[in-house]
Design a protein around this ligand. Sequence first.
Ligand SMILES: [Zn+2]
Ligand SMILES: [Zn+2]
Length: 147
Amino acid sequence: MEHRVWSESIASALLRKHGLRVTSPRVAISMTLLEQHCHYTAQQLHAKLVPLQPALSPNTVYLTLNQLAAVGVITRFKLSGNTIFDSNTTTHDHALCRECGRLEDLQSEALDTPTSPASIKEWVLEGGTRIWSGFCPTCNESENKTA
Ligand SMILES: [Zn+2]
Ligand SMILES: [Zn+2]
């Protein structure tokens, strides 16, 4: 997994570059998302950050994530009714564990580039990701142990 070193100054510069005011919640959210490729719902990210920033409201997290997605710093997609925010903005598929919900990037080298299906031509598509579901190694192993 790609790991980038992010500092507050890099996060601040990124926000400014995209015309977003630099606030401490925005810096914290950007740093968490961009340190390494990850997926969060607004609720998950709020739960992660609130011990560090007790004043942070779920609504601020939600609005900030949508602002970052609107300027293209992150992407978003829907999964089982939840909006997933993804800091990997390259084209890629996903593997989803239906036991524990683990969601992982599948880099697209080995996969053909998804093209929008011809059968939905009346839709306005914002982008797409394919989700491959099954069991992650951890769940697969514990399944085998109990069986
Ligand atoms: Zn799992
Ligand atoms: Zn992803």
